[in-house]
Every structure is written in C-alpha cells, then in structure tokens.
Write a protein that binds this ligand. Structure first.
Ligand SMILES: C[S@@+](CC[C@H](N)C(=O)[O-])C[C@H]1O[C@@H](n2cnc3c(N)ncnc32)[C@H](O)[C@@H]1O
Length: 219
C-alpha cells in the first residue's frame, strides 16, 4: 500500500517481528487486560458462524481460524489482507486448509466474485481503518454484503471508542494507538455499528465484551 494512503498506518504495524509475538501480546495480555475481552468469545463467534466457504478479512496471524473448530475437515478458505507479512504468516499457520491468498485494501473494491462466500469474518480490522466514525468506514460492509452468497453470514469484532466502555487504562492505550495511527477508533460508536449493519442486512446482532463489539449479520 502506498505510504500516502490514509489506510497505510493501520496495516503497517504488522511487521514479521511483531507477528511473531502478536498472539501473546494481543490475546495473552492486551485484549483481556486492556479491552476486557478474552479470546474465548471470539472463538465462540467463529464457531457459531464460520462456514465451509469462508473469507477472512484482516487476518493477522490467522490465530482465530487456526484455533476454532471448523464445520468440516476441508473448508475452502480465502484470506484477504493489505499486508503481505500477515498473508504469509496466516497462510503458513493455516497450511492444512491450503487457503487462497488475496492482497488488497478493504476500503477499495475487493476484486472477488460476488456471492461467493457463505461466511465473511472481519475481526479486529474496523478499528484499524481511517475515519472519524464507523460511518466513514461503512463501504467495507457493502463489499462484505456483495461477497456473501444468499443466506451467508458476516461476523467479526471491533474495539469501540465509546467513552462509557473505557477504563483509565484502556483510555490511555486507545489514545496512544490512535496517535500512532495503528488504530483510528476514537469516534467508533456502537450506535453507528448498529446503523450500518441495519442498513445492509435483514438481521444483525451486536454483543459487547468489555470495549469490544462482537457482531454478526445476515440476510
Ligand atoms: C488487529 S489485526 C487483526 C488480526 C486478526 N483478525 C485477529 O483478530 O487477531 C488487523 C489486521 O487487519 C489488516 N488490515 C489493516 N488495515 C487494512 C486494510 N486497509 N485493508 C486490508 N487489511 C488491513 C492488518 O494487516 C492486520 O492483518
């Protein structure tokens, strides 16, 4: 991605060195202690929604796909990410599924066939995307809706900026990561997530886990 792109900073932090410690840093410490949400609700979300024709957007190390129970032994998995390090790390970890790799910025056209997936996951990527609120990032829900086959499910999670969900520690971390550009979620509110999902899907659900919103939506 071009360095001048407003989405550059949100994906540039995932160097191969950081990816080696990512699971331990994020799921071992930051997520439970700062955002007050462990990995388990996310694995449950995957297990409830992942399908045999799955697209994972913003893959990081692929830890959630690796650790969740799949609906069958040989699912067709496509991994999409702007960062080649993440695609390489997740592809190696998920090699048993022989995933297809797709490099691209989620804010641009996804260049994937319409109606070609029964599940699309966007876990912990929305808060990395530039914008003053979730409304500024809503185009990614249009792309996800287009990629889903009839009856398919979109699911994922994002860290919200809502003031009432923050602790003194999470407020400090939120501000620091937003200053660095690694996250752009100070204005990300549950109410806006609710409205962008309601505008595109017949049914949707949002559950809060600390400062993290877990969502799912479908026709
Ligand atoms: C916080 S990690 C989440 C990883 C994983 N889904 C998880 O929950 O552990 C964010 C991921 O989104 C990717 N990403 C960030 N901005 C992106 C963009 N504009 N387009 C595509 N991928 C992006 C990053 O490269 C990284 O893999």
């Amino acid at each position: 991605m071009d360095r001048t792109d407003s989405a550059y900073a949100g994906q540039a932090v995932y160097t191969s060195g950081f990816l080696r410690v990512y699971d331990r840093v994020l799921y071992g410490f930051v997520s439970p202690r700062v955002w007050r949400c462990t990995k388990h609700p996310l694995l449950n979300l995957y297990e409830r929604n992942v399908s045999a024709r799955h697209l994972d957007v913003g893959v990081g190390t692929g830890v959630l796909l690796d650790q969740c129970r799949m609906p069958l032994e040989h699912p067709q998995i496509t991994l999409m990410d702007a960062n080649a390090n993440c695609l390489a790390a997740a592809a190696e970890r998920l090699a048993r599924y022989q995933p297809l790799l797709h490099r691209g910025n989620v804010l641009d056209s996804w260049a994937l066939d319409s109606s070609s997936f029964d599940s699309v996951a966007m876990t912990h990527i929305l808060h990395c995307l530039p914008g003053d609120s979730i409304l500024d990032k809503a185009v990614v829900f249009d792309h996800a809706a287009d990629a889903l086959a009839p009856g398919g499910v979109l699911f994922g999670a994002t860290i919200l900026g809502d003031e009432n969900l923050q602790t003194p520690t999470s407020r400090l971390v939120l501000r620091g990561l937003n200053r660095k550009g690694a996250m752009s979620n100070l204005g990300d509110q549950e109410a806006d997530l609710d409205s962008v999902l309601a505008a595109r899907f017949d049914r949707h659900r949002i559950e809060l886990c600390g400062a993290v919103a877990l969502f799912s939506a479908g026709a």
